[in-house]
Design a protein around this ligand. Structure first.
Ligand code: GLU
Ligand code: MG
Length: 465
């Protein structure tokens, strides 16, 4: 970032600060997502926004080696108490938070004190990969589906920040609101006011919601949002989660985004939808490849499918992720693809014949423990490697992959991590400092939870993300 860019940002931030101040915004939350998948924050009073846009906000690089339990490890290039970075808010995404009166939000990029990009900045990594794809004439559209479980807050009635009475008493599971039948209207009725508030907050923040519905497990819901560019999709994932969290608390609930709330039940995924575009045309349609995809789409998706065992470390990064990633739970536990197949890690959606824009690929094996910026960037890198190698997809799988001799994805974090550390494609794309720091955090979490009984692992991780 050069001096002129920073001057321009300060000028823009002055106008934004004046506007936000007029709307009653007292402070801005500047967020980044660390290698543990946790959204971390520094807040600045609205009047300090111009300074933040010009000089950045100081933050330690040690967060690159933080774990989900807030302990820290170290890595070859990053770790330890020394040094400082600067957080720069992305003013284009500055958003007044509907669920948190008095607050606005902006995702931040991390730079060093001389204005050079921090090599382990995950958001800039996502942007670099998006630009790399653009250099090949490919525009990517992506969107995350967010699943979460609504839990009753321990002292719901006395929650001081709650200005709504909790919704009516649960119908089926005593401690779990929204516990009616899977996908049941009863669930939606029970939590009507709450879900309406979630929707209203997202809409007020300019997030285009496509669907909101009850999921399979008691208290579990999903919201899906319109596709965007990769960095925008990752920003949306951050905003959607924090919005759901904020609205939940104001209704006396706690939103759990962890891969499982308890072992042995259907968990929560955060599936990634993507499509490839060129000159306004969806390349997932109108080609000669399987299900009408173009050769370019086929090679890109083959690259991602091929790399899934390594990508799982990024997209299903918690030891708890592997309590979710089981067959017969629509989690995509097999390294295969199929048309509309909900048990395949890659579900290909052609969309109706008269809606060519709708064709897209859904990667189901990922969950919300993932850093969404790292994930979109790593997926692009794997897809481009597929293009370079002109890969073709294997035969599609219809029906349950169980018993069809399909490869299972890694069944534990250490197994996935072994594939990640062996991936020269991901090492090159992420760059040494980010690759090493991320791998160190994964290894440390695997060790931290080694031997932890599943029920305890679920209990200590479910509310952390
Ligand atoms: N909850 C499932 C998962 O763990 C996904 C259900 C669905 O297909 O939406 O990913
Ligand atoms: Mg779902």
């Amino acid at each position: 970032m050069d001096t002129a860019q920073r001057e321009r940002a300060r000028t823009e931030a002055r106008q934004e600060a004046a506007r936000l101040g007029g709307e009653g915004v007292r402070a801005i939350a500047l967020t980044w997502v660390d290698n543990a998948g946790i959204t971390r924050v520094k807040g600045v009073p609205t009047g300090r926004l111009p300074h933040a846009a010009h000089r950045g906000v100081g933050v330690s690089p040690v967060f690159d080696v933080f774990l989900v339990d807030d302990s820290a490890t170290t890595s070859r290039h990053i770790g330890g108490p020394d040094g400082d970075l600067r957080l720069f808010p992305d003013l284009d995404r500055l958003t007044v938070l509907a669920g948190q009166p008095g607050w606005a939000w902006a995702p931040a990029d991390r730079y060093d004190q001389l204005g050079q990009p921090h090599p382990a900045c995950q958001r800039q990594f996502a942007r670099r990969m998006t630009e790399r794809a653009a250099g090949r004439g490919i525009e990517l559209r992506m969107g995350f589906e967010t699943e979460w479980t609504v839990l009753r807050a321990p002292s719901a009635a006395s929650t001081s920040d709650s200005d709504h009475a909790p919704d009516v008493a649960p119908l089926f599971v005593p401690d779990r609101p929204g516990a009616g039948p899977a996908y049941g209207m009863a669930r939606l009725v029970e939590l009507s006011a709450y879900l309406d508030a979630v929707l209203a907050a997202l809409v007020a923040q300019g997030v285009e919601v496509l669907q909101i519905h009850p999921e399979y497990s008691p208290g579990q819901f999903e919201v899906s949002v319109a596709p965007s560019d990769p960095v925008g999709a990752a920003d949306d994932a951050v905003l959607v989660r924090e919005t759901i969290r904020a609205v939940s608390l104001r209704h006396g609930y706690v939103a759990a985004f962890g891969p499982v709330v308890e072992p042995g039940v259907v968990g929560s995924g955060r599936h990634l939808h993507l499509s490839l575009w060129r000159d306004g045309r969806n390349l997932c349609r109108g080609g000669e490849g399987p299900l009408g995809m173009t050769a370019l789409s086929e090679a890109f998706l083959s690259g991602v499918l091929d790399a899934l065992p390594a990508l799982l470390t990024v997209g299903a990064p918690s030891p708890a992720s592997y309590l979710r990633l089981e067959p017969s739970r629509w989690a995509g536990a097999f390294q295969c693809w199929g048309p509309e197949n909900r048990e395949a890690a890659l579900r290909f959606i052609t969309g109706p014949p008269d809606e060519p824009d709708a064709a897209n690929a859904e990667f189901k094996c990922f969950d919300a423990a993932a850093n969404p910026y790292l994930l979109v960037g790593a997926v692009i890198a794997a897809g481009l490697a597929g293009l370079d190698a002109a890969l073709a997809l294997p035969a599609p799988v219809t029906g349950d992959p169980v018993g069809q001799d399909q490869p299972r994805l890694p069944t534990s974090l250490p197994r996935a991590l072994a594939r990640f550390t062996a991936s020269s494609v991901l090492r090159e794309a992420l760059g040494e400092p980010l690759f090493e720091a991320f791998a160190a955090v994964r290894a440390a979490e695997a060790e931290l939870f080694d031997g932890t009984p599943p029920a305890e692992l679920a209990a200590v991780t479910r509310g952390r993300y």
